[in-house]
Design a protein around this ligand. Structure first.
Ligand code: AMP
Ligand code: ZN
Length: 465
């Protein structure tokens, strides 16, 4: 199995630290609003990586954090007049709902920065003792970047070549020793959440959070560290500096980065305002379509969002579902015929192709092509006379592959608009008759089928969640 390692810029054979186990850490979102579909890209890609490792028999310890203390969260809290904690908890809950919709497995652990402050203080103290960190006169604790000789090894940047101007470079009023030093701990400002520390009341810098949460849940040395490519520099570079300086061992063996999800050729981001939330997309499409759309591209290729591509993803997914439905419909008893047994052998080639694609740095685009070949084979080779044993065996093989991609291909009986309207009318009647139990029952039944009701002044409105 080969993985493209950002560290070496090469595809390398995956060799786990511990046989049969994978320890991986994926940088998660900052929770100050609904996640957008750019944030969903690493979630979907690395969930698929995890699923493929599991398919191969590995036990995966998958850790993905929520950054729940940050300037943007504080700003959102101040605008709403609520606490940062309330904002973070709200959007963690919403993010988890979106993840469920995209069929992203919950991580083994989803740590939150604010619950790991002690570990951060410990690591900063270690860095200070080792001479890799210092307290400036305003109380800010900085990492002494030039004290970590391999700095720049991930982003392949040389400190002397680096231009001033990135987000950690000295700003007016800094008391840094050197422009490249970055913040580990910063003093509190009026109205901000803070914690006590040996240096001052304050809060951690962003980079130290991931170094500490990774260490706590996965150990000093991990197999894979992943995130979007915008994190290579400075975030991941700084994580390496902190972790390796503090722990004295290599931090992560393989660094994986997904390319951007773009819109009109520009990175989708909150700050540019060109984003679409996962929640918004869920009102137009089943989120399985979003997942399938993302996986149609290799994770290291930029991907442009468009309604056309989403519609073709929808049609492609439908083709797979129709093949599954066909297989489900075959009920003939009896033993598999010799001819069917031969055909099953041919069908094995699709699984092999799928695995070859996934073994090559998780090439989901080619893996999906193998699934489509499989679907075509099913359409040609399965008919009303086929045995259920044959159809069932093909169905199992196909499901194993779609499960790796996290695709749900069993058709749920779709509820028609007219049925929804009829149930809403029945609910209104039940309410008139003060039969609130029945009214609630209808609401819950619709909800369980993905229909959300909203009581408005103009009457009841509904949408597919
Ligand atoms: P953030 O909340 O900005 O820290 O981002 C959370 C994760 O989403 C990180 O791994 C980012 O690299 C990733 N990400 C953000 N925007 C995009 C995008 N447009 N395309 C792909 N990944 C993104
Ligand atoms: Zn991180």
């Amino acid at each position: 199995m080969k993985i493209f390692n950002t560290l070496t810029r090469k595809k390398e054979e995956f060799v786990p630290i511990e046989e049969g186990k994978v320890r991986m850490y994926v940088c998660g979102p900052t929770v100050y609003n609904y996640i957008h579909i750019g944030n969903a890209r690493p979630m979907i890609c690395f969930d698929t990586v995890r699923r493929y490792f599991e398919y191969k028999g590995y036990e995966v310890n998958y850790v993905s954090n929520f950054t729940d203390v940050d300037d943007k969260i504080i700003k959102a809290a101040n605008e709403e007049g609520v606490s940062s904690e309330e904002i973070a908890e709200r959007y963690i809950a919403e993010c988890k709902k979106d993840m469920e919709g995209m069929n992203i497995k919950p991580a083994t652990t989803h740590p939150q920065a604010t619950k790991e402050i002690d570990g951060m203080i410990d690591m900063i103290e270690t860095l200070e003792k080792k001479g890799n960190a210092y307290k400036a006169k305003d109380g800010t604790v900085y990492f002494r970047t030039r004290s970590f000789k391999p700095y720049g090894k991930l982003s392949h940047k040389n400190l002397d070549d680096l231009q001033a101007g990135h987000r950690d470079i000295k700003v007016t009023g800094d008391f840094k020793e050197d422009d490249f030093d970055f913040v580990l701990w910063k003093p509190k400002k009026e109205g901000e959440p803070f914690w006590k520390s040996p240096w001052c009341d304050g809060r951690p810098g962003w980079h130290i959070e991931c170094s500490v949460m990774s260490k706590r849940y996965l150990g000093d040395k991990i197999d894979i560290h992943a995130g979007g490519e915008d994190l290579i520099f400075p975030h991941h570079e700084n994580e390496i500096a902190q972790s390796e300086a503090a722990n004295g061992v290599e931090f992560a063996r393989y660094w994986m980065h997904n390319a951007f999800l773009n819109i009109d050729g520009v990175k989708m981001s909150k700050s540019l305002g060109n984003f679409k939330t996962v929640r918004g997309i869920s009102e137009m499409y089943d989120l399985q379509v979003l997942r399938f759309f993302m996986l149609n591209a290799h994770y290291r290729s930029p991907l442009n969002f468009s309604a056309d591509l989403m519609d073709s993803a929808k049609a492609g997914l439908e083709r797979i579902k129709t093949a599954v439905e066909k297989l489900d419909g075959i009920k003939n008893d009896g033993e598999m015929t010799a001819d069917e047994k031969d055909k099953l052998k041919i069908a094995e080639s699709f699984t092999e192709k799928f695995e070859t694609a996934m073994d090559d740095d998780f090439n989901t685009a080619d893996a999906i092509a193998a699934i489509f070949e499989f679907v075509k084979f099913i359409n040609v080779e399965v008919n009303d006379a086929s045995t259920a044993a044959f159809a069932g065996s093909l169905n199992d093989s196909l499901h194993k592959l779609t499960d790796v991609l996290g695709l749900i291909v069993d058709k749920e009986e779709e509820i028609l608009d007219s049925d929804i309207e009829a149930l809403i009318a029945e609910r209104q009647n039940a309410r008139k008759e003060k039969n609130f139990a029945r009214a609630d029952e209808i609401r819950d039944e619709l909800l369980s089928r993905g229909i959300v009701l909203e009581d408005t002044r103009e009457g009841v409105k509904w949408k597919r969640a």
